[in-house]
Write a protein that binds this ligand. Structure first.
Ligand code: TXA
Ligand code: MG
Length: 315
């Protein structure tokens, strides 16, 4: 894809150095991860965190995830418990975020956690951010690099389209492999899934008995807000066909290639469908369609996270 922005840099040694220098100065940069692209800043710096909230126009009451290289680095900021170690051993580094108690003496800015006494931590599995984290003596607060309530970005170009040149560096490492945000689990009290992701409840249950946050309960994870992941045009779910000037998102081999049809996975692979979801929604929006119709997508495995995102996009 043609790079029309001067702030997109290829992932190489020089870019990594520049990124580290900028983060140390308290600047905010766009970084690839295995899930989606993030907007990264020093989690110990009030100024950097302030910049993140401002750029995203994010409500201050919605806390950020703090990213570390490994558990040893996280140990000084949060209380790591036995449930954490079990899941860490199995899934990290990887697309899972843990909500844990914040330690009293931590340097994490209270704005990062929206003044809660808990912190969400994650260990991303991407060579760019891991090589940067190795060179920093602070962790990175990093939400998805989109304006609040909009679609998450899965390429450097998506990030640039969102923030233009308001950020100095966006590290380009191609399309995010997983394509949807990490699974968020609360490990305070009984383990609970707060946000569905590619690592689903069934997979976690093999390691640890885990519940799911009931939708009717008080919102304890602000990302569970109903309206989210919005492409900016109406989205209609569980449809059989679409209408004129509208796009139809399909899934599986029974749907033929037709104009205005966008198949998330021709081979009916839900993991592939998840990785194509935001990319497809963004493409449809950019092509000027009026509405998005979506066929029924199975609610199993990664399909649970896909349906969760689509339901919020439809709200
Ligand atoms: O895959 C990901 O998790 C990406 C990449 C960039 O790492 N990040 C991401 O961040 O999706 P964000 O800010 O878009 O979503 C963070 C979610 C939100 O739903 C937020 O409410 C929740 O995590 N969260 C953060 N801190 C929390 C806390 N202390 N308690 C409960 N939920 C928390
Ligand atoms: Mg987000």
């Amino acid at each position: 894809m043609k790079n029309i922005y001067s702030n997109i840099f290829s992932f190489n040694k020089k870019t990594m150095h520049k990124s580290v220098v900028n983060l140390k100065k308290g600047n905010v940069i766009g970084l690839p991860t295995e899930t989606v692209y993030g907007l990264a800043g020093n989690a110990y710096s009030k100024i950097a965190v302030h910049k993140i909230f401002n750029l995203k126009k994010r409500p201050r009451k919605n806390p950020l995830i703090v990213h570390y290289l490994n558990y040893k680095h996280a140990d000084k900021d949060v209380v790591l418990n036995r449930h954490f170690y079990k899941l860490y051993k199995k899934f990290c580094p990887g697309p899972i975020t843990f909500v844990l108690r914040k330690k009293n003496k931590t340097k994490i800015q209270s704005s990062v956690t929206a003044k809660l006494n808990t912190v969400a931590i994650r260990f991303p599995n991407h060579k760019a951010i891991r090589s940067i984290l190795k060179k920093l003596n602070f962790p990175l607060a990093m939400p998805s690099a989109n304006l609040s309530s909009r679609l998450s970005p899965v390429s450097a170009q998506d990030v640039a389209d969102e923030f233009k040149t308001k950020i100095k560096i966006i590290v380009n490492s191609g399309k995010s492999k997983i394509g949807i945000e990490s699974t968020v689990v609360s490990l305070i009290g009984k383990p609970k899934i707060l946000r569905h992701g590619i690592i689903d409840a069934k997979t976690i249950n093999k390691i640890l008995k885990i519940g799911i946050l009931r939708k009717d309960l008080k919102i304890i994870s602000p990302g569970m807000l109903k309206k989210h992941y919005s492409p900016g045009i109406p989205v209609l779910l569980n449809q059989k066909k679409s209408e004129k000037n509208c796009a139809l998102i399909t899934f599986g081999r029974k749907y033929k290639d037709k104009t205005d049809c966008f198949n998330l996975s021709k081979k009916s692979d839900l993991k592939e469908a998840a990785s194509n979801l935001y990319k497809t929604l963004r493409k449809i929006k950019n092509q000027g369609y009026k509405k998005i119709y979506v066929v029924k997508i199975p609610k199993v495995g990664p399909g649970i996270a896909i349906n969760d995102r689509l339901e919020r996009a439809a709200n």
